[in-house]
Design a protein around this ligand. Structure first.
Ligand code: SAM
Length: 256
């Protein structure tokens, strides 16, 4: 076992050296308790986007993922559902990463305060500098610095399919706590709606490379029932592309 562990670590550092030579600076989350590892090289991505004349978000969609318009299509769905029409004055995003949803959210509405909880420090710093958002201390799955009932729009995209069940569910309680009555909670999870046999086969045969904890599934019913007990009712759900299949975006309104 120990020899195997040493071999894995030698292999990992070899890969890092090679990628380093190729100009990629692999960034490890500063607090990687959620199991997301080495997800996106900061410097290399920002430089490549600049060279392509694209925003970082559009560069990731168009060039890295080969899915132009993917982020925008989720934002368009949220607009149609009226998520931005209420002009949220305070927003909070968990795991914004490169900021591709954050950037497009700020084109739809102009909150006075936009808090982020992001474990990858280089990306969090970049988002603070670029979009004037507030980076909160991020230690796992707590939103403790944010007061109860203080946020109009709470969102997380492509985060809860990369962390463990416990991290996602602890964040769910926190999301409901910080949302003000009438506010919206938007996040995606890989529910049973996304997991027909063809999708399971696609993930099993082509998916998941590089992240042990990705993609993590979460039952839809679990989310709907849990949020109902927290005073949040499901308004809508729609599918969005993710990896080799899809994820389900759920939109809740905090009623009480
Ligand atoms: C797959 S990326 C998605 C990034 C972005 N939302 C997007 O869709 O482009 C997951 C993000 O969640 C962040 N993350 C991982 N664990 C986290 C945690 N426990 N709390 C907050 N953010 C976390 C990662 O650093 C990364 O930025």
């Amino acid at each position: 076992m120990r020899a195997a562990g040493r071999r894995t670590s030698v292999l990992k550092s070899g890969v890092k050296r090679l990628l380093g030579r190729a100009g990629f600076d692999i960034v490890r989350s500063t607090n990687n308790l959620g199991g997301v590892d080495d997800f996106l090289p900061f410097e290399a991505t920002v430089q490549a986007a600049r060279a392509a004349g694209l925003s970082v978000g559009d560069y990731i969609d168009e060039v890295m993922n080969g899915t132009p318009g993917a982020t925008q299509s989720t934002i368009d769905e949220l607009r149609v559902l009226g998520v931005f029409a209420a002009n949220p004055n305070t927003a909070l995003e968990i795991g914004p990463g490169s900021g591709r949803y954050l950037e497009k959210t700020l084109k739809e509405c102009s909150p006075d305060r936009y808090e982020i909880y992001e474990t990858a420090a280089p990306w969090a710093n970049y988002l603070v500098d670029t979009f004037n958002v507030v980076a909160q201390p991020t230690a796992g799955c707590s939103l403790a610095p944010t007061p109860d009932g203080s946020i109009d729009l709470v969102q997380a995209h492509k985060v809860f399919n990369t962390v463990t069940f416990l991290y996602a569910s602890r964040y769910f309680f926190e999301m409901a706590r910080v949302t003000r009555p009438g506010g919206r909670i938007v996040f995606d999870v890989m529910t049973e709606t996304c997991l027909d046999p063809a999708a399971v086969r696609a993930w099993a045969t082509q998916g998941g490379a590089g992240h042990d904890s990705y993609p993590a599934a979460m039952p839809r019913r679990t989310c709907v029932d849990l949020f109902a007990t927290l005073g949040c009712s499901l308004e809508a759900g729609f599918l969005a592309p993710m990896g080799v299949a899809s994820t389900e975006v759920l939109v809740f309104r905090k009623v009480a």
